[in-house]
Design a protein around this ligand. Structure first.
Ligand code: MN
Length: 245
């Protein structure tokens, strides 16, 4: 059994989502052999020197405990936590994956991505993404003091919220033609991604071949969701608070 999750946006300001994840990780997730986190695990990540922050340390300790108990944990970057690095990965006992990542299992093939790279219709975001993914930008950012990086992260979140409020009807989704090309490039594998917070199962017909695209749900204070692969089918599983589970 494998679980796929994304868009938890963990932060001290969302203690409910953090509690849901910690309970999932200590319980249900232990029955799986692997957990794939497809980006935006944290609401913000300003650099691996921040692993000593109390909220981060709690989550990293829980990841490490699950990894030590035998769960294989993999993580892709999202547009919020793209600065997660090797120091974090080693502390948490997980493996960072490239985006996209081809997951070829004996019984089925998947391609995993956060999903933001295919949101080509949002030109401003794509320009920002190209800039912040360069080693030069990242080195420059990481060389700044922590207080300044925290300020920049807060500013980015504020700008992103303001943009969403200004044009809610333009909620960025994946570009159709680019997605078809992507599915072709990845040998028509079942595509799993997050980012858009619009959980759904889409059917694509590419070159006459039916390809499924599963969009993961984002997590809230009182509800999370994991997509479960049991070797035959994908199914959504709700992650609920203890008193409602
Ligand atoms: Mn995202």
């Amino acid at each position: 059994m494998i679980f796929f999750i994304s868009d938890l946006h963990l932060s001290p300001r969302s203690p409910g989502a953090t509690a849901l994840f910690l309970r999932f990780l200590a319980g249900r997730a232990r029955q799986a052999e692997a957990l794939y986190i497809l980006g935006d695990f944290f609401e913000a990540w300003i650099g691996d020197d921040d692993i000593d922050d109390a909220h981060h340390a709690r989550i990293i300790g829980a990841l490490r405990a699950a990894a030590d108990a035998g769960l294989k944990i993999y993580l892709q970057h999202g547009n919020r936590d793209f600065l997660l690095g090797q120091t974090f990965a080693e502390a948490a006992g997980l493996t960072l994956l490239p985006d996209p990542y081809d997951l070829a299992l004996p019984e089925w093939s998947f391609v995993l991505s956060h999903g933001d790279a295919l949101c080509l219709d949002d030109a401003a975001y794509m320009a920002f993404r190209t800039k912040v993914r360069t080693p030069e930008w990242q080195a420059q950012m990481l060389a700044r003091p922590r207080w300044l990086r925290r300020l920049v992260a807060r500013l980015m979140r504020w700008k992103s919220r303001r943009n969403q409020q200004a044009k809610p009807q333009h909620y960025s989704d994946l570009n159709g033609a680019a997605t078809d090309d992507f599915l072709r490039d990845h040998a028509y594998a079942t595509f799993i991604h997050g980012h858009t917070h619009q959980p759904a199962r889409h059917d694509h017909i590419v070159d006459g071949i039916h390809v499924e695209r599963w969009v993961l749900a984002d997590w809230h204070e009182d509800r999370g969701e994991a997509l479960r692969w049991d070797g035959e089918v994908l199914r959504r599983e709700a992650i609920l608070p203890e008193n409602r589970a």
